[in-house]
Design a protein around this ligand. Structure first.
Ligand SMILES: Cc1ncc(COP(=O)(O)O)c(C=O)c1O
Length: 397
């Protein structure tokens, strides 16, 4: 394993990074500066949905770079219009605002809901969010998140967020008051360890928010763009949100995210929202290429088949090594390890050339490229099997 450049002090030390420096990638594989290859089931945390440097994105980027990179969001550009119309057509929502990150899209959703509350609900501004939810790292989105480790960070938090346990409809009902403007949640809590909200709960939440005249905001930054085997996670429950955010897979690896809403919720006035890079043609060209690829006939069926293959492999692994249940949808899948060995497995897997993620000590999360082959899935399971066998041996020694 190379240690080249890993001792750099030029980068802010914001997370423990393994002693590997990546230099290139192709599909499901990453290569380090020593030429060693790694089977990547993290894919930038569900970002590089078509794998690393796919031809379709390289083509979109290079062609668009030679044509027009940016012309300011104060002007229309044909590429942003094409992508906005594509997303509107695919989602059934009416309008789009492009951003550069998921957190920025959620920040926009929070602002939109507050504006809507000012205009239509007597100044209501409070948003009900979920315990253990994750919405980003700006101050408002950290305040909206229910990540326990953030509870006392960067005080004072942005006010106006009430947290309830995921899945408890009565708690939402009890939390709705005159100042409530929206409920905001992920269809599947990704960072919390792949915890589905559940179709029944989402349907009841939709009915409740309609009855009480408040907005339903779905954060589909992790679940959108084919990740669950459907274009958007909400399709699994048939529930349509008033506001939705997309990110991660939308740009296939480039910084692109989006805020979408129903027409009657699109109430920003001039000056309320904007940003220098928002909707730039270079990123939007990639978004259109990604959307076309995911929407191509057979693509999502293949994601569903790969999901079944991965889940069956993980179930076999679980029964061999005494782990628990496999959960998730599409290619957002978690394995309950039932004991706090996640970080040990992640480290040992890296040494064997496999990248996986442990969002919790007792959970492994798998977010491979949506284009991963069954053979690559088999290779990943075989590598994990060897890692777990070594671990079992150490425990019994
Ligand atoms: C559900 C969800 N919302 C928001 C975000 C934040 O997105 P970004 O890191 O692009 O700001 C993430 C990132 O992990 C996420 O999973």
């Amino acid at each position: 394993m190379t240690t080249l450049q890993t001792a750099t002090t030029a980068l802010m030390d914001i997370t423990p990074r393994p002693p590997v420096v990546f230099a290139s990638g192709h599909g499901s594989w990453l290569y380090d500066t020593a030429g060693r290859r790694y089977l990547d089931l993290v894919q930038g945390w569900a970002v590089t949905c078509l794998g690393h440097s796919p031809a379709t994105i390289v083509k979109a980027l290079t062609e668009q770079a030679g044509r027009l990179i940016n012309c300011s969001p104060a002007y229309y550009n044909e590429v942003a219009i094409r992508l906005a119309e594509g997303l509107v057509g695919a989602s059934g929502l009416d309008q789009v605002f492009f951003t550069n990150s998921g957190a920025e899209a959620n920040e926009g959703a929070i602002k939109l809901a507050r504006k809507w509350g000012t205009k239509h609900r007597g100044g209501a501004y409070e948003i009900i969010t979920m315990e253990n939810g994750f919405h980003g790292r700006t101050l408002a989105t950290m305040s909206a998140s229910g990540k326990p480790a953030w509870k006392d960070l960067f005080e004072p938090k942005v006010p106006g967020f009430t947290k309830v346990p995921l899945g408890n409809l009565a708690a939402v009902e009890a939390a709705i008051g005159d100042r409530t403007v929206a409920v905001m949640l992920e269809p599947i809590q990704g960072e919390a360890g792949v915890i589905p909200a559940g179709a029944d709960y989402l349907r009841k939440l939709r009915a409740l928010t309609e009855r009480r005249g408040i907005l339903l905001i779905l954060d589909e930054i992790q679940t959108g763009m084919g990740r669950t085997g459907r274009m958007f996670g909400f399709e699994q429950s048939g529930v349509q949100p008033d506001v939705m955010t997309l990110g991660k897979g939308l740009g296939g690896g480039v910084p692109l995210a989006a805020l979408l809403a129903r027409e009657d919720a699109c109430c920003f006035e001039y000056g309320d929202q904007g940003g220098t890079f928002n909707g730039n043609p270079l990123m939007c060209a990639v978004g259109s290429a990604v959307l076309a690829e995911i929407g191509a006939p057979g693509f999502l069926e293949r994601v569903q088949a790969a999901s079944g293959h991965l889940q069956r492999g993980l179930e076999r692994l679980a029964s061999r090594h005494g782990f628990g249940a496999v959960r998730g949808q599409g290619l957002l899948v978690a394995l309950d390890l039932t004991r706090p060995v996640g970080p040990t497995i992640v480290e040992a897997a890296l040494a064997k050339g496999l990248l996986v993620n442990a969002p919790r000590q007792d959970t492994l999360r798998f977010m491979p490229a949506l284009t991963i082959s069954d053979d690559e899935i088999d290779q990943a399971i075989a590598l994990l099997d060897r890692v777990c066998a070594d671990l079992d041996e150490k425990v019994s020694a």
